[in-house]
Design a protein around this ligand. Structure first.
Ligand SMILES: Cc1ncc(C[n+]2csc(CCOP(=O)(O)OP(=O)(O)O)c2C)c(N)n1
Ligand SMILES: [Mg+2]
Length: 378
């Protein structure tokens, strides 16, 4: 059976070893992610960017869960709703917005992927793949490598409850369980796969109950309870790091927006449902928790709000100012050996030049010129 975890105490961080500073940083990340996400919708509706797929309603679960990892050491294999996860793991608002605008300098893919296909090798963030659930197998592969190399790294991968029904998820969970791999599987259950409600996706209430079938622990957490999410994730990460194998965590979240900017959710969700789902938003709940604990004073809140506003403005202005990818480069770097000699893509070390890509000295010491020949290894 999946266990239920919930953490609500008066001095919230203490039992979890979270300092006041850390708690406020978690709150900052939740509000920052929300503000960037809201800006993305405005930009899309204003015709500035092509597509949005939102993390609104998932932020609290993502920050709580991702905080349990060691950034720069561990690895994550996210999905398209992982905006807060990626912020928590080191990506910046500029990084996210460059992807939204599909700019040449976008660190995720140099503008080659759809928006929200996050990735950042320097931060150990594996690039999002469009076919859902493929990231789960990639995560298990990284975890196997970590185990063989004895690096002490933990891998965390994220998916929706709809995607958890893919064969890839079963294969990944089974293999990881057999080999006691250091991986944590996160299901963010928002009750829908596009317009399909979870009752038509799953024949049981909790995806986490399936963990028993693999012989691993399964945990259900309230995704609006940021600290409950942190507690569950920390236990799972500790288990994975100490050789205890994988855990499946299911965070019950809500999707506050349509599936994407191409979806009209009022055609399949009632006004009453949309209203009542607002009560499951982690942002006001976390805010109240920190206000009641005396941490989020009006001054602190105002300074976080000002910093968030400035970061969103800066990211938007920066992304607006950046170049589009040069169409002549569209087929570069499709394969590792297929990039032009001496040129480095934005995701492999930037920063890029004004033209979009950084030129490096060739092994014989000669800087390569523009119009590079193909065939070099990057
Ligand atoms: C293999 C595959 N099948 C179908 C799709 C189209 N698709 C994109 S998102 C999505 C719904 C996924 O729902 P869920 O896993 O619950 O995640 P959520 O979007 O609710 O966060 C589908 C069917 C896809 N991208 N890949
Ligand atoms: Mg879903």
């Amino acid at each position: 059976m999946a266990a239920n975890l919930s953490t609500r105490v008066e001095h919230p961080g203490e039992p979890l070893g979270l300092s006041d500073e850390r708690l406020l940083d978690m709150y900052r990340l939740v509000t920052l992610a929300r503000a960037i996400d809201e800006r993305m919708w405005i930009l899309n509706r204003a015709g500035r960017t092509p597509f949005v797929i939102s993390g609104q309603g998932h932020e609290g679960a993502q920050v709580g869960i991702t905080m349990a990892l060691r950034p720069g050491h561990d690895w994550i294999a996210p999905y398209y709703r992982s905006i807060t996860t990626c912020l928590t793991f080191g990506m910046t608002p500029r990084d996210l917005m460059l992807g939204q605008y599909a700019r040449a300098t976008d660190p995720s893919s140099g503008g080659r992927q759809m928006p929200a296909h996050y990735g950042h090798p320097q931060h150990h963030i594996l690039s999002v793949s469009s076919p859902v659930a493929t990231q789960i197998l990639h995560a298990v592969g990284i975890a196997l490598a970590a185990k063989i190399r004895g690096t002490g790294q933990v891998v965390m991968t994220f998916m929706g409850e709809g995607s958890s029904n893919q064969g890839d998820a079963h294969e990944a969970l089974n293999f990881a369980a057999i080999h006691h791999l250091p991986v944590v599987f996160i299901v963010e259950n928002n009750g829908y796969a596009i317009s399909v409600p979870s009752a038509k996706e799953l024949s049981l209430p909790d995806v986490a109950a399936r963990a028993a079938g693999y012989g691993i622990p399964g945990v259900v957490v309230d995704g609006s309870d940021v600290l409950g999410c942190y507690a569950a994730a920390r236990e799972a990460v500790d288990r994975a790091r100490s050789g205890g194998g994988p855990t499946l965590i299911e965070a019950k979240v809500t999707r506050l927006t349509g599936h994407s900017s191409d979806d009209q959710q009022t055609t399949y969700r009632s006004a009453e449902e949309l209203r009542s789902e607002r009560a499951r938003d982690s942002l006001p709940r976390f805010r109240t928790q920190l206000v009641e604990a005396g941490l989020l004073t009006p001054e602190v809140e105002a300074s976080i709000a000002a910093a968030v506003k400035a970061a969103v403005e800066d990211a938007t202005d920066f992304a607006e100012s950046q170049p589009d990818p040069d169409p002549a480069t569209a087929t570069w770097w499709l394969y590792a050996e297929d990039g032009p000699a001496g040129w480095v893509p934005p995701w492999a070390g930037g920063p890029p030049t004004a033209a979009g890509y950084r030129e490096v000295a060739s092994p014989d010491g000669q800087a390569s010129e523009g119009g590079p020949e193909r065939g070099g290894r990057v």
